[in-house]
Design a protein around this ligand. Structure first.
Ligand code: SF4
Length: 490
């Protein structure tokens, strides 16, 4: 949809809201108020900011206004309030044109629980936060309840952090083959097997350099996550070398959780699981996505549901007491009945964690068919509702959540767990509770300053070929990231 700004420069807020409500239409700034258009204006008088949105859509027009008291606000607080009323005025004006309001209401961010946690930290009760999410941001009842629960878990996890605690992520951007729905930068080993040995050399060098800097700055790794891609694309020997290097180079004496993603069952062997256990990992993630063999073939996974069961048994045999299993609602060719069957099969295995994702569509243009979108939304809603029912009945509770762009029906991804088995890394990372140092190609480190809420990102080179030979550049960025230390103080 085209838009016109009058009296303000909150372009990002306007585009974000338009894309949230009309994901298939790329917003574009214009000066011509013709056709489908949103005119967003902002004025301020006597300490009151007033945002007005006039939307013309499919031949009809609607105008809505929102106001905020900005008396005594500093620049940052004023911008935050103005940003909010600009977005809400557009939401109010445009939503009546949609077949149904978004389940997340006017919230556009990927971390709704972070917003809720902020409210709790300012003294609001859980009930007040839920009411605020529903009344002010139009979040649906189910999503508000999920958010409050995730925010409460995050508060508990935050309370356990000590000054100088950080987490570490190590990325293996290789997979045995490419899944149809994947938008991650990962190379299939058919194409890039030769890159793995030099990549591992560079990764071990980065681990040694980072371990030295961490010791010098007095920061301790409390959770470690080896993810991907598919880390178990590496051989047992390569996994042993990587984990051995990490154990030698990094002070892991305060480590509370160590996860290795053994994502694809077609890469899991008894030897690799033994190497992962010997390397010190306490948690593995085995990711079936679905237990429907026809759907697995359709999405390009080269494993069967039977292999998932075998991998799970091997992981238990190797001694893993905390296992996560990922699923995706809304996969091409899946149905609510088949997804319910997937959930039942996985729950019967009794893993400690089950993560339920909603399929993210790779291209916004794929959302242009309104009838198809409505069908996808209905199907995703049915799948998620039933999954929630089954998981709750089996004793799981939601503990973290995040949103992605362009998911079927605008739904979220939720991590569920048995009591006391929350993955701390997932909570720390998703809620931006502490500094995360990330190693490997495409890895993004974040320095979190809890005193100011400021997040600073440091990205490693994106592709393995760029990453090789970038050691000096990464070292300089790592020194900057860790400079000052004690990021969790306060
Ligand atoms: S296993 Fe994951 S990262 Fe690898 S191709 Fe499939 S979806 Fe992408």
């Amino acid at each position: 949809m085209n838009y016109i700004l009058q009296g303000h420069d909150y372009r990002h807020a306007v585009e974000e809201m338009l894309l949230h409500l009309l994901p298939a239409e790329i917003p574009s700034c214009t000066v011509q108020p013709s056709g489908d258009v949103c005119v967003s204006s902002l004025t301020a008088e006597n300490g009151v900011a007033r945002a007005v949105a006039r939307v013309t859509y499919a031949g009809a027009s609607r105008e809505c206004a929102r106001e905020a008291d900005i008396t005594g606000c500093d620049v940052l607080a004023r911008r935050r309030l103005e940003n909010e009323i600009v977005k809400l005025s557009i939401y109010d004006a445009l939503v009546p044109f949609l077949p149904a309001p978004p389940v997340w209401g006017s919230l556009t961010g990927v971390r709704p629980a972070k917003l809720a946690r902020g409210m709790m930290e300012r003294g609001m009760t859980n009930a007040e936060v839920a009411a605020r999410l529903r009344g002010h941001f139009y979040v649906s009842k189910a999503q508000a309840a999920l958010t409050v629960r995730a925010a409460a878990v995050a508060l508990d996890c935050k309370a356990q952090l000590q000054p100088g605690d950080i987490s570490m992520y190590v990325g293996i951007p290789f997979c045995p083959s490419r899944c149809a729905y994947c938008s991650f930068v990962s190379s299939s080993i058919e194409k890039s097997a030769a890159l793995i040995p030099p990549y591992l050399d560079a990764l071990c060098a980065e681990a040694e350099m980072t371990g030295r800097l961490l010791r010098e700055s007095g920061q301790r790794v409390v959770t470690l996550y080896i993810g991907g891609g598919t880390p178990t694309t590496l051989s047992a020997g390569q996994l042993a070398r990587l984990m051995g290097t990490l154990a030698d180079a990094v002070d892991l004496s305060a480590l509370r959780e160590y996860t290795v993603e053994a994502g694809r069952p077609d890469t899991i062997t008894r030897e690799k699981l033994a190497a992962i256990a010997a390397g010190g990992a306490t948690r593995v993630s085995i990711n079936p996505q679905t237990m429907n063999d026809a759907v697995l073939r359709r999405i390009g996974r080269q494993h069967s549901a039977a292999q998932v069961l075998e991998s799970f048994a091997l992981a238990r045999e190797a001694g893993f007491e905390c296992i996560n299993m990922d699923t995706i609602a809304g996969l091409d060719g899946d149905t609510p009945e088949s997804f319910a069957q997937t959930m039942e099969t996985l729950i019967n295995l009794d893993p400690e964690n089950i993560t339920v994702h909603t399929l993210a569509i790779k291209r916004a243009a794929d959302l242009s068919d309104k009838a198809e979108n409505a069908a996808k939304r209905g199907m995703a809603a049915a799948m998620l509702e039933d999954a929630g029912r089954q998981l709750t009945a089996a004793g799981y509770a939601p503990y973290y959540l995040y949103r992605q762009k362009f998911t079927a029906g605008g739904f979220e991804n939720v991590g569920w767990c048995k009591p006391g088995t929350e993955s701390l890394y997932n909570v720390y990372m998703m809620e931006e509770l502490q500094t995360i140092v990330s190693l490997g190609a495409g890895a993004v480190s974040k320095r979190c300053d809890p005193a100011t809420g400021k997040i600073t990102r440091f990205a490693n080179p994106k592709y393995p070929t760029e990453y090789l030979g970038a050691g000096e550049r990464i070292r300089a960025a790592r020194m900057k990231l860790l400079a000052g230390g004690g990021a969790n103080e306060g």
